[in-house]
Ligand binder design. Structure first.
Ligand SMILES: Cc1cc2nc3c(=O)[nH]c(=O)nc-3n(C[C@H](O)[C@H](O)[C@H](O)COP(=O)(O)O)c2cc1C
Length: 208
């Protein structure tokens, strides 16, 4: 069985525009990918570990090329179990709205938890960064209140460039976006753009 890790970053459940698009993707995906299971990680429901002093100190130990021992290692158990869950997936689906031109804080916290040296990336002898998550695809489904496709607005979008950068950093370069926008500029436009995004999501699901 292959595994698709679905990371949900909207707290709006059945009120979510993003998840309307995701539902279409998953319906088509499950029909065409019978050998796959979907592991859903809902960041609004999951209590993520905090990056407190002890854990951040642990990160610097790993960055210096050393291993964690004793209490420092123990404090990392929850972090490591999130990393293992992430790495156990064969492909990724992220459902996230745009919040303040970027991503919701729960998704940022999750990224801060899993992006760790030795696990998701490493430094080679020449000092270059090597992403350790190889040959895995990612689809990011997002909705935004506004519209960021025009040249005047593109610079406000810190969501797509950030997600491409951070996941590219750990080795995931095959990243596709399905974007429903604008969602908060009238009902008719919202319905139309969700339908368009659903159509694209279904197409991608079949080829995923
Ligand atoms: C805290 C918060 C911040 C938001 N910031 C932005 C923003 O910067 N730009 C934008 O276009 N829409 C913004 N929105 C609107 C959402 O992106 C939009 O309504 C989206 O469709 C919500 O997705 P959801 O229904 O899946 O949660 C924001 C919404 C919230 C709740």
């Amino acid at each position: 069985m292959k595994k698709l890790l679905h990371i949900v970053a909207t707290p709006r459940d059945d009120g979510s525009r993003t998840l309307q698009v995701t539902d279409s993707f998953l319906e088509a995906f499950q029909k065409t990918h019978t050998g796959w299971v979907v592991d859903e990680l809902n960041l609004a429901k999951e209590k993520l570990p905090e990056l407190n002093r002890k854990r951040v100190d642990g990160k610097y130990v790993l960055l210096s090329g050393k291993d964690l021992f004793g209490e420092a290692k123990e404090s990392w158990n929850e972090i490591v179990s999130h990393i293992e869950r992430f790495l156990a997936a064969d492909a990724y689906l992220i459902s996230t709205p745009m919040w303040n031109f970027s991503i919701p804080y729960a998704l940022k916290q999750y990224i801060d938890i899993i992006v760790q040296p030795k696990y998701l990336f490493r430094y080679t002898e020449s000092g270059a960064v090597e992403g350790l998550v190889k040959n895995k695809k990612m689809l990011i489904i997002t909705s935004r209140g506004g519209e960021y496709a025009s040249p005047q607005m593109r610079g406000f979008d810190h969501q797509e460039p950030y997600l491409r950068t951070i996941f590219g950093f750990v080795g995931i370069t095959d990243i596709n976006f399905v974007i429903a926008q604008p969602m908060d500029m009238g009902q008719a436009l919202q319905v139309q753009k969700i339908e368009e995004a659903q159509g694209l999501a279904k197409k991608i699901a079949v080829e995923f």
